[in-house]
Design a protein around this ligand. Structure first.
Ligand code: PRP
Length: 183
């Protein structure tokens, strides 16, 4: 789906398909250098991370393993501890593995805060984060993200895996959703 075909639903295109592609190539070169000679396990967080995972993994030159988790969102006003439920767990044993969590967006940071803690308890050799987008103004907890694509404003964004009511995930760009769509 192209932004110009749903122009009326969008306020602004924030990050284009080409900018995403260029940024993922840049991040992939850093990841390749940092993990040279090591076996990397990419862990994608469903469903939003599907596009980033697909494009980042194909951009990486060495072999990588890919695995997936699905987690439930926390309720409003809750903290990160104990409020995230695993809906689909990893198939892989993490003992001694170098893990790179792949996410589409860091919003409040609560999901990744909980997830890094959870994965760390499984004996991984290392855990780092790659996130395409981050909303600094929405942060409730500080997340140490090693590979970051873009900082974006605290607006309702869709596309490239990000949804509104399960729609717009297949939009090629990342764009701000027009308020009339959700209000
Ligand atoms: C989104 C996104 C992250 C999380 C980030 O997932 O993919 O996992 O929210 O938000 P946070 O930093 O405030 O925790 P969502 O729960 O919308 O599920 P989805 O990926 O299936 O759309």
């Amino acid at each position: 789906m192209d932004s110009r075909e749903i122009e009326a639903d969008l306020t602004e295109v924030l990050v284009t398909e080409q900018q995403i592609r260029d940024k993922l190539a840049e991040l992939a070169r850093r990841i390749e250098a940092d993990y040279e000679g090591r076996d990397l396990l990419l862990v994608g967080v469903l469903k939003g991370a599907v596009m980033v995972m697909a494009d980042l993994a194909r951009e990486l030159k060495p072999h990588v393993n890919m695995d997936w988790m699905a987690v439930s969102s926390y309720g409003a006003g809750t903290t990160s501890s104990g409020v995230v439920k695993i809906l689909k767990d990893l198939d892989s044993d993490l003992s001694g593995r170098d893990v790179l969590i792949v996410e589409d967006i860091i919003d409040s940071g609560l999901t990744l805060s909980w997830l890094t803690g959870n994965l760390a308890s499984r004996g991984a050799a290392s855990i780092e984060i790659c996130a395409l987008l981050r909303k600094p103004d929405a942060a409730k907890v500080e997340i140490d993200v090693k590979y970051l694509g873009f900082d974006i404003p605290n607006q309702f964004v869709v596309g490239y895996g990000l949804d509104f009511a399960e729609r717009y995930r297949n939009l090629r760009d990342v764009a701000i959703l027009a308020p009339h769509v959700y209000s």
